[in-house]
Design a protein around this ligand. Sequence first.
Ligand code: SF4
Length: 481
Amino acid sequence: MTIDIDLFLAAVATAVRDKQVPVVDLIAVQTRDPFKVLVATILSARTKDETTAKASARLFKVAPDVASLAALSEEKIAHLIYPVGFYNTKAKHLVKLPESLKIFANKVPDTIQELITLPGVGRKTANLVVGVAFQKPAICVDTHVHRILNIWQYVETDSPLKTEMALRQSLPAKHWIGVNSLLVAFGQSICRPVSPHCDICPLEKKCPQKGIRPRKIPGVKMDKNSTLKFVSWNVNGIRAIEKKGFVTTLPDFDADVICLQETKAQPDQLSEELKNIAGYTSYWHSAERKGYSGVAFYSRIEPSAVHYGLGDAEFDCEGRVLTLEFDTFYLINIYFPNSGENLTRLDYKLRFNARLTAFAKELETKKAVILCGDFNVAHKEIDLKNPKNNVKNAGFTPEERAWMDGFVAAGYVDTFRIFNQEPEQYTWWSYRFSARAKNIGWRIDYFCVSEGAKTKVKSAAILQDVLGSDHCPVELLYRID
Ligand code: SF4
């Protein structure tokens, strides 16, 4: 299929009219200064626009031109531009920049061949500077331009460089300078790298959609006989994993409901991006104490009700339990207390556990119950690397294990062990002593179901390859009928 590029880019221009202008274009418009455009472009690689804008502003306040940049040390530059991606490497490049510009009379050159001789300047950066700062013909091909033009099958290439060369042959000159900022804004907002928002895209009917999987929109009704995917993950701080790309990688789970524990944030500490991940509705139950405990759901199926806590102030102030109610089951997301060093909170934990079991039993009189989360207990010796050394430690005391025995006896099934009886299947590793690399861990994160729902469990798994926390996620596939 050959697309009409004029029509496609015009539709994109309309769609992104109200979106943020990419930071480098903004700096170009505001300053008309090739030096600032070049430096901001270097800073912008692998960095969010918002971070680039703040780092550029800090640096330009101290070093608005080549001469003042020459007066700064590498350490000072690194300090000013932190936390842009690879700030140490970028500081190394920027400290060498004034020296490299001497052969160009201390001015930023305006050709790609000259620009790529400068430290930290590749073809993409050079094209952007030539086009944006000097308004000369250039095509900046970044990952968005390369990706989207391949989705449209306007080019069929396997690298940004090949895309640039193909575009130099086929793209009308009037689009060369503008295509980058248009497709960056479009790629960040609608045609996103993961789960593009085709449902709101003006090109949906005309786009070849090569190689993409559009997002599923929220509010999808559950069909009879469909299988739902649930993922549970103790993220050890939602704001910490946000910095590791959680917002863009969450759709990769392709889960219908994602259950998080230890979010450590109150609603007013959450960014808009975290609260509004495309395709999902989020639900939060936070501790009263800041930076502590907390659970959350992201769901792309609409629950009939949301229940906060256990109905007991002693436990609910710690934001440990959140329940979504669906037509045929409850999904309870739990962050069990840790017994603490010297077991100072063991009594509290045992009271919580008893209350939680009673809560689940009460719900089970109405429909099936799925419980998931960080149980903070390894049930059996097979569930941790060094059982003998840990009998007196939080998470493996006789009292905690006895509660888990009673929980299982009460009819709750540890779904992972339906399918897997192998040792060394862990979900948590200490950050110390390279424990994860050596697989010295504990299995303390579970999906359990009420006895009657056992036949609906299709699979249960540990997602050991997912990084970002000291826990890895666990997964359950559950059949609805
Ligand atoms: S229809 Fe989907 S894949 Fe095509 S441009 Fe729009 S968002 Fe991208």
